[in-house]
Structure formats: C-alpha cells, structure tokens
Design a protein around this ligand. Structure first.
Ligand code: 1PR
Length: 529
C-alpha cells in the first residue's frame, strides 16, 4: 500500500515513515501541490507550532488541493497539528493565514492549573465505532504532547475524548477523514496497530455511537542513556557517580546505545533520553555517531526520543557558523522528538535575568518557535550549597532542608553548573527553571549531582522547589535505587515523570517491576500489555 506523506519540514516525521515501512507500506512524499490530489491515502503528521505550519501550507500552495482532497472524502489521517489544520483556526496563530476550515470549530489553548503542555500517556474514551480502532483494547493509552486542543462545533465528528483536568476532544472522524491529537507513531504497539488499520483497512468510515471509557494520564518512567566515546573510541552508554564516569581510570561501559534503547522500549519505558555528555566540548554535527544512534533507534523504538548535549550555536574550523536551530533540526530529522539544552540554557537565563529582555535569538526561543515548546527540554545539573541562614544567599532561592549540611546548616540552595557539572555558576536551579519557561521551554529535566548514581533516592526537596515554581512538566532525575524511590517521588511531589539510569543499566530493577510496584500502590502508569 502506498501512503502519501505530507511533510512540511518541521519536526520528526522519521518515526511515522519508519512505522509505515515496518508495516510493509511505502511512502511517497508530497513534493508539489498536485501530489496531494494524486494520493490514495494521505498522512499528515504535524508537530510544532500551528502558525508556522499554516504559513508553510499557504506558501507551498497546499491549502486548495488539500480542501479539494478532503471535500471528496478521500482517506486522510492527520496527526496532532495535522488534525488541528482541519479546523477554522487556532489561538496559536496570529498571522491571519488561511486554515483549511473543513471542520467547523477552533483550536484553543488548555485552560487548566495542570502543567501545560499536556505531555505523556493518556487514555481515550471511544464515542463511535471506527475501523481504525479495530483490535485496540479499551484501556490503551496513547502519547500526547500539546498545549492546544480542538473544540469542534459539530459533535458528530468526535471519535474520542480524553481527560486532562477536563474532557477534551482527542480525535475526530468524518467518513474517511481521521485526525488524532495523540501521536500513534510514538504510542508503542497500539499506535502502530492504529496506523496499520489506516494503511490496510479497505473501508475506514466511522460507524454507530458507542461509549467506551478510557483511563487517565500516567506518570512517565524514562530510561536515560548517558553516551560518550570511551578511551578506545567506541560509543558507549556510561554512568557517572556524581557525574564522574570513570572507574579505575576508565570510562564505565554499560552497553551499546541502540541495543539498550531497544531493550528499554521492549521493557515498557515511556520515553528514552540520550545525553551526549561530552557534547559541551564536541560539535554535534561532526559527531555523526549520535545521529546514527537516533536514526537506528527510531527504526524500532516507537516512544518519544529526547537528545541532549551540545545544543548551542557553533562555529566550525572553517569559520562557518551553525545556529542551535541548525543543530536541533538535524537531530529532529534523525528521529528525535525533543532536544534537551544544558549549559547553553544557563548562559541564556543569566543574560535574560540580567537584562530583563528576551533577545529572540537564543536557542530556547528559536527552537521553541519553530518546533513548539514541547520540543525544548531544559536539563538542569544542580549541586546543593548549604548556608546557615537565607541571608547568607540573598540572591538565591533558599529552602529549609530536612537533611542538614556538614556544619549542621539547615538551609540550602541549588547551584547551577555547566560543562557536565565541572563549572559552577552564580544562578540557582529555581531561577533557571523559571527563566527558561518564560523563554519558551516546554519541560524541565531536573538532575541532581549530589544524588546522581548514589541509589539513595531522588532529592524530593529540590523537585518540590522547582516544580512549585513552574507550570511546565518536570522530570525528576538522579538517585533512583529501588522501586520505592519512584513511589516516593510521585507521592511527595507533583513531578510528571521520573528518570533513571544506573538501576536499569545494571539490571538491578527492570522497568516493568517499577511500573507494577507503582500500579500496586495506586499510581497511574502505562502497563505494557
Ligand atoms: O551542557 O547542553 O552540552 O548538555 C550536556 C548534558 O549531559 C546535560 O544534560 C548533562 O546533564 C549531561 N551530563 C554531562 N556530564 C554528565 C556526567 O554524568 N558526567 N550526565 C552528564 C548527566 C545525569 C542523568 C543521569 C541521572 C540518573 N547525567 O542523565 O542519567 O542522574 O542517574 P541515576 O539514575 O543512575 O542516578 P549540554
């Protein structure tokens, strides 16, 4: 079966292509407007920013052929922005460009005290029969990542709804036209099944009303792979002990990145994060192995992939300058869904806090504008600094701690570091997180150097301090040593996700045991069936 793919050039379409090809389908990309009308089945995966997408569709003169194709009720599957484009406009668009308007209604921003973007695995309640849901169990969860959702005027087009503080429409169908807010290509086996149904079912049309309830949003469990070349020059997954990755002088070698990522996908990881931990000194576009890792991983791993390390502006030895956006674009094209910025975020926040002005040119602003906030993660590497009194660190966000310092200090603040923890800066983690959210970041990956590799549990005080200061999702990281540490994070903080490395690499606790333990203790998780 030949699927025509509408790729407007922003975001990761590699996973969709990989999924279709894995299913035995072939992909024909849309190169010119008439390719849309020639399609047998048209797939439109959209990710990023609505305004950017609709501007490109107008510039490429795709609007009229798309309308003609859709008005003829030809098979269409829109994912995320690809579905939102069917409506009359979005609150994310101030450009005045024309939308498709094939379905009546608007795309609106979430109005909730919950973290936005809505990010993670959530259930769907099915409102009518549809061949695209054939063989998919009622309690299946799909991967969502968005700050805006559709509000259709015509209720008959609603295929599923999902609960995130309130009920919103998470997919639509009218005849052969289907759209999902969630990403099937990032939703593991169930998502692949949905795409398979679209590709191979002859009759796709929607049927009778039903009312099948779905489950709620899961807490995410993320496997993290710190990657670097070892002394023999092989790219390995390593693991630090408070960021020191050497044991008896050698870089610890805990496996190969592609193979480990696949193992974690099969064990039920909700996301995989790769951190190129020497990225601060190398130039990632010359570091082709990381690109190769992403390309190979995305062939078989259908959950979100994050890549961090070295996302910043760079001038090569010939004097050619690459923007952080160029670096990120290369990673997105290779299969990454999110990029994570460490050192550069600290410098950007320092400048922003000093001047009070958004330059518009920082990596955070540039990448979030083109690829959407949800694609920009800020990786924070803080260290505790103990003080006797908040007056001893007036410029910083100081907390009272239950774990006194070496001189019995009962206060501390969390000092930001750059260059893999090697250099400390006069900025605290809470201020960094707030500044980055302001600049357009969509998620915080909150490491903790004191806890990293210690197996002694997460730093709950740090997580609460940062989580209470921002309204974007926070991933708790560093220190997991047993199943109960994950439970403590979710019971004592409102972090949306927990990330671990060492215990998974050393096979001390399998991911599925963590999830079963959480489920037994009434934490909502996605259990792989
Ligand atoms: O500064 O933008 O180039 O990004 C560099 C990235 O590499 C940052 O995200 C930084 O956190 C990461 N990094 C740099 N050096 C190290 C190191 O370990 N020497 N790793 C490093 C950070 C922390 C987590 C780890 C958790 C969980 N590692 O990734 O996986 O602490 O570990 P655990 O469960 O074993 O306790 P830039």
């Amino acid at each position: 079966m030949r699927i025509t793919l509408l790729d407007y050039g922003a975001g990761n379409v590699r996973s969709v292509v990989n999924a279709i090809e894995k299913l035995g389908g072939t992909i024909k990309p849309v190169i010119k407007p008439s390719d849309i009308l020639d399609a047998e089945k048209l797939l439109f995966p959209g990710v990023g920013n609505y305004e950017n997408m609709i501007r490109i569709l107008n510039e490429k003169k795709y609007i009229n052929p798309l309308r003609e194709y859709l008005n003829a009720d030809q098979p269409f599957f829109g994912i995320c922005l690809g579905m939102q484009a069917l409506f009359e406009g979005s609150q994310e668009d101030f450009s005045g460009h024309e939308s498709l308007g094939v379905f009546k209604g608007m795309v609106k921003r979430f109005t909730t005290k919950f973290a936005v973007p809505h990010m993670g695995w959530n259930g769907v309640s099915l409102k009518k029969d549809s061949p695209v849901f054939k063989g998919i169990k009622a309690d299946t969860k799909f991967y969502f990542v968005h700050s805006y959702h559709i509000v259709p005027e015509d209720e008959s087009v609603i295929l599923t709804t999902t609960n995130y503080d309130y009920e919103f429409v998470s997919s639509v169908q009218k005849g052969n036209i289907i759209g999902t807010q969630f990403h099937p290509e990032k939703s593991g086996d169930a998502g692949i099944r949905l795409l398979e149904n679209f590709v191979f079912q002859k009759d796709l049309r929607d049927g009778k009303p039903v009312d099948i309830k779905g489950k709620g949003l899961s807490k995410r469990i993320i496997a993290c792979l710190d990657v670097r070349a070892n002394d023999q020059g092989d790219l390995v997954v390593t693991k630090g002990d408070q960021y020191d990755v050497r044991h008896k002088g050698n870089v610890r070698n805990l496996g190969k990145p592609v193979a480990l990522a696949r193992r974690y996908y099969e064990e039920g990881a909700d996301e995989i994060t790769f951190l190129n931990i020497t990225g601060f000194r190398d130039f990632p576009l010359e570091d082709m192995p990381m690109i190769d890792v992403l390309e190979k991983t995305s062939k078989n791993v259908f959950v979100p992939l994050t890549i961090g390390g070295g996302i910043r502006e760079y001038t090569d030895s010939n004097g050619k300058t690459y923007t952080a956006l160029d670096v990120a674009a290369r990673y997105f094209r290779s299969g990454a869904d999110k990029i994570s910025i460490g050192s550069d975020a600290v410098y950007i926040a320092e400048e922003y806090l000093k001047t009070g002005r958004k330059s518009g040119t920082s990596s955070i602003e540039q990448i979030s504008k083109v690829y959407g906030n949800q694609a920009v993660v800020i990786s924070i590497d803080p260290k505790r600094v103990y003080v006797h009194s908040p007056d001893d660190a007036k410029k910083h966000h100081v907390i009272k701690t239950r774990f006194p310092g070496p001189d019995n200090e009962i206060y501390c603040w969390y000092q930001c570091t750059v260059r893999g923890g090697r250099t400390t800066r006069e900025l605290d983690a809470v201020s960094l997180a707030r500044a980055c959210e302001d600049l357009g970041a969509g998620e915080i990956l909150l490491n903790c150097i004191d806890k990293d590799g210690t197996n002694s549990g997460f730093d709950l005080e740090l997580i609460n301090a940062v989580k209470n200061a921002v309204s974007i999702p926070v991933i708790a990281s560093s220190g997991a040593g047993c199943e109960d540490h994950f439970l403590q994070v979710f019971e004592n903080t409102s972090a949306e996700a927990a990330l671990a490395a060492g215990i998974f690499h050393r096979k001390e606790v399998p991911i599925r045991d963590v999830k079963t333990y959480l489920a037994d203790n009434h934490i909502e998780v996605r259990l792989k069936t």
